[in-house]
Write a protein that binds this ligand. Structure first.
Ligand code: G3P
Ligand code: CA
Length: 234
């Protein structure tokens, strides 16, 4: 029997075709048939959870000199609302995402969580029972997360050794790895520990086919339509 196809998760929304981490990118992901979306969560100076990847708004917005190089966490939600995040979009709040995500699976990355003490618990509270994955590269941020409906994910930039995987298995259900580090042995090692393997960020056909052959549970991509077309033809 062929392996089931991986879930297609839109990276920062469908970020090849809409401004990343915006509600437009979420809608585009839905239009392209994604199963879910990945977004980055940070917190403003006045305590609002927002979707944004970088440490500052310089790259992704029209912020002028007064705001462009300020740390995101030093800006208020009112200041952020003045910024154009591309195509007239605003930097959305997590609450706005939850209002619009519908049945899309949510993969919420806690970005630089050491800057935002307590952010994991705040994200869980905002979910209010809505199922979602809460994940991070920073193990200490997600290790304490244990809530109904919340799946814990560990992100990895490089292949882990057995001891690290053993530790991850004590708190996480998903392990999502840079595709360049993913191998058949690593898939087996993750599954041996009753966790689910996935990869980021796959935007090219040959790599995608390799990930399907490795039996990945999910792929995170900037191009959900391309990946879905490829899966249909696989
Ligand atoms: O979901 C994993 C992936 O998003 C991590 O990389 O830099 O795009 O947040 P980055
Ligand atoms: Ca991310």
């Amino acid at each position: 029997m062929p392996d089931p196809m991986p879930a297609v998760i839109a990276h920062r929304g469908a970020s090849a075709d809409a401004p990343e981490n915006t509600l437009a990118a979420v809608e585009e992901a839905r239009r392209q048939g994604a199963d879910g979306i990945e977004v980055d969560v940070q917190r403003t100076a006045d305590g609002v959870l927002v979707l944004h990847h970088d440490a500052t708004p310089r790259r992704t917005t029209d912020a002028g000199p007064a705001l462009a190089d300020r740390l995101l966490g030093s800006l208020t939600s009112t200041e952020l609302r003045t910024l154009d995040a591309g195509a007239g979009e605003r930097i959305p709040t997590l609450a706005e995402l939850l209002d619009t995500a519908g049945d899309l699976e949510l993969f919420l990355e806690l970005k630089d969580p050491w800057l935002y003490p307590g952010i994991a618990a705040e994200v869980v509270a905002a979910l209010a029972g809505r199922p979602a994955v809460v994940m991070s590269f920073d193990a200490s941020a997600v290790r304490p997360v244990d809530a109904p409906g919340v799946t814990v994910g560990q992100l990895l930039a490089a292949a882990p050794d057995a001891a690290l995987l053993d530790d991850i298995a004590t708190y996480a259900q998903l392990v999502t790895v840079d595709y360049r580090a993913m191998t058949a042995d690593l898939v087996a090692a993750i599954r041996d520990r009753w966790m689910s393997p996935g990869v980021f960020t796959v935007n090219e056909g040959a790599t995608m086919r390799r990930m399907v052959d490795l039996g990945m549970d999910r792929v995170i991509t900037d191009r959900p339509a391309m990946v879905r077309d490829l899966l249909v033809g696989h």
